[in-house]
Design a protein around this ligand. Structure first.
Ligand code: PRX
Length: 661
């Protein structure tokens, strides 16, 4: 980090865009409102959140204490209040908005569905009753391993309704990743589907779930299987039951469980720099509050909007901006099952036209990939209903931002570049579209009530503009993670100890410009950001080392035009270092092996073989050196400690890719 704190920003972005006047005129938050929100939060931060919580949430029992700091940094919010999250997303709309569409769905093959709030309420109640009939009780963990279909959201909402804690596992993760997550959570029930559709293929979810459960995961008593593809799957008697059969028997009325504000709503596993994925634990009330508020503030959502957040429910974005926030805000959401480029790169734009999408939220990686395909594809569709565009997941390069604004937004839509994390639960730093002038590549300023800052290695605020440092949050906020499931030590260590429990440490580096705008520079640790998803180098390395021929592996990220970062793995074999076609074949096998172990997203883009890895005297792998080698940059590190300088040539040597892998 020392190097990064010394870095002056090299990106001198001068363009600036004021909020479009007609947008600002009707925005929920205009410049005046934004100022008053900031002032309110600055005068009495806890009081500000207390007021928001009273205004935005329907409580069953009102809270009397806003923030409990007695066990800081395990903060607790609104502790003696009781509520139900699903009630706040569904029941609250039934009188005034019951017949409005809650979910519009588009399958990859073009099949569509529309579900009103009233229908969604009934579907959620029935599934909640089905879960209860299977013995699921408040506090039990339910793992959801589903394609992007309405039933994924129904299952999440049904858990919320009865106070069960869900843990959604991304459908692209492999059986062994699923198994680890089920075991760590101690799940009682798994909800999955026969399969899902993606890029013209079937994702074999049930088969993967069987593989995960076979001979392990003793906590799992029941598997509920939703029919999506209709393909034949193996149903284990006594354990597996069909979704349609369990809901058929279930009543349409399910009283919500009135749970405590701090009751965990969900766990979501995310990558850290070391060890196994961490089960990030979120609360009910605090999480709901920021999810709903940011939908109103940042996406300016109202019930007339069709909001399409393209994230899968397997990631936090799909929790906050698909399954919870926009429903709490009473909007219509679009759920799309398939790939952005199926059957061609116009699919996103076609979906926007077909479903009258007004607010669109996606990742820079998708924008870059679609930008490469040219302006003709989007030009074929009517995108004039769009009024606001958003991005999330990684820094967006100004060129992609400008393309997004011009080609997709018709130079009419404001763009919100939103910075947040699995751990923060909701957007933290972002423009307010009707109030904040935007600059391509900057997520601008922290939202009201969020106290973000940049500090140096000793924890002192950096005041010099352009100087990089650690991004920290100086006060607790309602949707912050509460702990790491069953590992509070790791929570303290990962997010708090670096600066003596004073600040939440996000793990990102950032700098601020003269206007006080934040520019995110990337992760400070060894976490990769591939296509907007965090992957620990450690997980990929462990998968490689689990292969019988591999002795040691080190993984680094390399800049990639579309994915943001590509994965480069350096591998030392137990036997001799392979050459020529042997190396090619083995590299291909290892890439597939990692895909099987973790999922296709973690498949290394490149593998290189060496006799050993460069290490420091204390035995730490010299990752910066490996990164520089990967980038073909000149080596500036001290290499005198290397036992064999000759390995540098080995590490530089590319193995040609086997075609088709
Ligand atoms: O490095 C930051 C990057 O994504 C990380 C969080 O990843 P994850 O927990 O998977 O959540 C992704 C979706 C919320 C952050 O630590 N990141 C996220 N949004 C941005 C970003 N980097 C730059 N700009 C953003 N807008």
């Amino acid at each position: 980090m020392a190097d990064e704190t010394d870095i002056e920003s090299i990106l001198h972005e001068k363009r600036q865009f004021a909020p479009p006047e007609d947008f600002a005129e009707h925005a929920r938050v205009d410049a005046k409102k934004l100022k008053s929100l900031h002032e309110l939060a600055a005068t009495d931060n806890a009081g500000f959140w207390g007021q928001m919580a009273r205004d935005e949430i329907e409580w069953h029992t009102a809270f009397t204490q806003i923030l409990d700091e007695s066990e800081a940094p395990n903060y607790r919010w609104f502790t003696d209040g009781k509520l139900n999250v699903s009630y706040n997303c569904l029941d609250v709309h039934l009188t005034e908005r019951g017949e409005r569409i809650a979910i519009r769905f588009e399958g990859e093959e073009g099949d569509t569905r529309k579900i009103t709030y009233r229908e969604l309420h009934a579907l959620v109640c029935r599934f909640a009753n089905a879960l209860k009939a299977q013995g699921v009780e408040t506090g039990d963990r339910v793992v959801i391993y589903m394609p992007m279909i309405p039933e994924a959201v129904i299952a999440m909402q049904a858990c919320a309704r009865i106070g069960a804690i869900h843990s959604v596992v991304f459908g692209g993760f492999s059986a062994s990743s699923l198994r680890d997550r089920i075991e760590d959570a101690g799940a009682k029930l798994v909800v999955t589907a026969d399969g899902g559709r993606r890029a013209g293929k079937i994702v074999e979810l049930k088969a993967a779930a069987d593989l995960a459960l076979d001979g392990s995961c003793p906590s799992v008593e029941t598997v509920i299987v939703c029919r999506r593809t209709g393909q034949a799957v193996n149903m284990k008697p006594g354990r597996d039951i069909w979704w349609d059969e369990v809901v058929e028997a279930a009543p349409e009325d399910c009283q919500p469980a009135w749970i405590e504000a701090e009751h965990p709503l969900f766990l979501l596993y995310t990558s850290g720099s070391t060890g196994r994925p961490k089960g990030v634990q979120h609360s009910s009330a605090g999480y709901l509050l920021n999810a709903k508020l940011t939908c109103r503030w940042v996406f300016d959502l109202r019930s007339s909007d069709v909001f399409w957040c393209t994230a899968d429910v397997g990631w936090v974005t799909g929790h906050t901006y698909v399954a919870y926030g926009p429903l709490a805000a009473g909007a219509t959401i679009l759920i799309y099952e398939g790939a952005p480029t199926w059957p061609d790169g116009g699919r996103f734009w076609k979906n926007c036209q077909r479903h009258n999408v007004t607010v669109f939220y996606t990742a820079p990686t998708a924008i870059r990939a679609l930008m490469k395909l040219g302006d003709e594809l989007p030009a074929q569709y009517d995108l004039t209903k769009l009024r606001l565009l958003g991005t999330v997941g990684e820094p967006i390069n100004p060129e992609a931002w400008m393309w997004y604004r011009r080609v997709i937004g018709g130079e009419r839509c404001p763009i919100v570049d939103t910075w947040w994390q699995t751990e923060t639960g909701a957007i933290m730093i972002s423009p307010m579209p009707g109030a904040t002038p935007t600059k391509p590549g900057s997520c601008t300023r922290a939202l009201p009530g969020i106290d973000a800052d940049i500090v140096d290695a000793s924890g002192e605020p950096i005041t010099k503009s352009g100087a990089g440092g650690y991004l920290v949050i100086k006060r607790p906020w309602p949707s912050m993670l509460r702990t790491i499931w069953r590992d509070n030590e790791r929570y303290l260590e990962t997010y708090w100890e670096k600066f003596g429990n004073r600040y939440y440490v996000a793990g990102d580096s950032a700098h601020r410009d003269r206007d006080g705008y934040f520019w995110i520079m990337g992760r400070v640790d060894d976490v990769l950001n591939v296509a907007g998803h965090r992957l620990g180098t450690m997980e990929v390395e462990s998968a490689l080392v689990a292969h019988e021929q591999v002795a040691e592996a080190a993984v680094v990220g390399q800049p990639h035009d579309i994915k943001g970062e590509a994965i480069l793995a350096f591998v030392v074999l137990k036997g001799a270092r392979p050459n020529g076609s042997d190396a090619e074949a083995l590299a291909g096998q290892l890439r597939e092996w990692v895909a099987e172990q973790i999922g296709a997203i973690a498949k290394p883009d490149e593998i290189r073989f060496a006799d050993n890895l460069p290490k420091t005297r204390s035995g730490k792998i010299m990752r910066r050196l490996l990164r520089d080698i990967g980038r073909g940059e000149e080596i500036t590190e001290d290499t005198s400690t290397l036992e064999n300088e000759g390995i540098l040539d080995q590490l530089r040597k590319k193995v040609p890719k086997v075609p088709g892998t």
